[in-house]
Design a protein around this ligand. Structure first.
Ligand code: AMP
Length: 407
């Protein structure tokens, strides 16, 4: 039996061996890929998600179809699982607490609490000795003006909770933009500076600000590192990825990143410091900005497998999904060695038909992953391809030749 002990400094938990059942909160593509890789190792999976036809539910041993807030469903998940993980970060904190009392949740609720809130996240990154872009907490209009005075324009105003894919963000270039953003916030009512403390992603205190103002940093490249840690304290990072976004959605991950070895190694070392400081279990995506002078600012943490780590499925000895399972089960971590240069391209709803039409023309080193989502809506993540080639220029050239995406 696994030891369900959170105080890993005293007693690192025993490994949770293959044959055990892993419970996953959430049924999206990240859960699906965790299951597909974990099953190869002999683990069983139970998923909890409201949608019957969800990507992870389709491939799980047992599927619990329910709202996340259902206590009965959570009890069922806890009863059936030797270890529980999540595949998205906006999990209700109360639910994690409930599950922790009944099963083993090695990632804990603390990591979620930190990463669900941009300000708490930045403080945690700085505590790990890692730099973030200069910022200023904002709860009132006066604080917004104070922040602009301190940081100078341009700035980016972001909601502390709930923003994704560029939503809940305002780029402020002029004083008119500052006034317009605040007025939009006030009138839309969509984003409240003071957050209701009964909300799952809420601030701890009503005085905790609802926004963060960041200095706009004219970065040269966006990088990310997938870092893994197990409760015994072993840490490994995957090779640094260079990411290109389109309409705030990840479009390409290029590996190795087109940066110096020194920058790439520094990025990995920053990610390791954060993983150690947060006592991570499983994998985490660490997104960074590389400045022209070589400085790295960490922008965001994702306490789970990350889209920019999908290249590991075909181009590394161990995938990020297998590594996540190893991490939460306290197995030794697998090798993160890169076997081939690779470019990952996301397949969005509008790309599915052209990809299928072109499939027969793809070189045999292109690997297709589709998540079996029924509705191919515009900008919905439907799958990805990993293009392996002798170098990343060649992979990018091949992608350009497909004529599906602007590269
Ligand atoms: P985020 O939601 O924080 O990941 O931001 C989404 C995207 O906005 C990032 O991937 C960047 O391209 C851009 N961005 C966010 N914050 C900044 C910043 N402080 N300076 C420049 N660009 C930013």
């Amino acid at each position: 039996m696994p030891v369900n002990n959170k105080n890993e400094n005293q007693h690192p938990p025993l490994p949770i061996l293959p044959g055990s059942t892993v419970g996953i909160l959430g049924g999206g593509q990240l859960g699906r890929m965790m299951i597909l890789d974990g099953r190869k190792m002999g683990y069983k999976f139970v998923t909890l998600d409201p949608a019957e036809d969800c990507p992870a539910g389709q491939v799980s041993d047992i599927q619990i179809v329910s709202e996340y807030s259902s206590i009965q469903a959570a009890e069922q998940l806890a009863r059936r699982s030797q270890v529980i993980t999540y595949e998205f970060e906006n999990v209700d904190a109360k639910m994690t607490q409930f599950l922790q009392e009944r099963s083993y949740v090695p990632q804990g609720s603390e990591l979620l609490h930190t990463t669900q809130h941009r300000l708490r996240e930045k403080v945690a990154i700085e505590k790990a000795g890692v730099q973030v872009a200069p910022y200023f907490p904002v709860g009132t209009e006066q604080e917004l003006h104070d922040g602009v005075d301190k940081l100078g324009l341009p700035c980016v105003l972001k909601t502390c909770t709930g923003g994704y894919d560029g939503k809940g963000q305002w780029l402020l270039k002029t004083t008119q933009d500052v006034a317009a953003a605040w007025s939009e916030i006030q009138t839309s009512g969509a984003v409240q500076p003071a957050v209701d403390s009964s909300d799952s992603t809420a601030n701890d205190s009503p005085t905790e600000p609802g926004f963060i103002l960041e200095k706009f940093v004219p970065f040269e490249r966006e990088l990310s590192v997938i870092v893994a840690r197990n409760p015994s304290g072993e840490i490994k990072t995957f090779p640094t990825a260079e990411n290109i976004h389109k309409n705030h959605i990840l479009h390409l991950s290029i590996v190795p990143a087109r940066v110096s070895k020194e920058v790439s190694e520094r990025a990995r070392s920053l990610a390791e410091s954060i993983a150690a400081s947060l006592e991570l279990a499983g994998v985490m995506g660490v997104e960074m900005f590389l400045m022209e002078n070589g400085e790295l600012f960490v922008n965001e943490l994702a306490p789970r497998p990350h889209n920019s780590g999908h290249y590991t499925l075909d181009a590394c000895v161990t995938s990020q999904f297998e590594q996540h399972i190893r991490g939460i089960c306290n197995l030794p971590l697998g090798s993160t060695e890169l076997l081939s240069p690779v470019v990952m391209v996301n397949i969005l709803g509008q790309d599915v038909a052209p990809v299928l039409a072109q499939l027969h023309t793809f070189p045999d080193t292109v690997k297709l992953h589709l998540y079996d989502k029924s509705e191919a809506r515009v900008n919905r993540k439907m799958g990805h391809i990993n293009v392996m080639a002798k170098d990343t220029d060649e992979a990018l050239h091949q992608i350009a030749q497909f004529g599906i995406w602007d590269v």
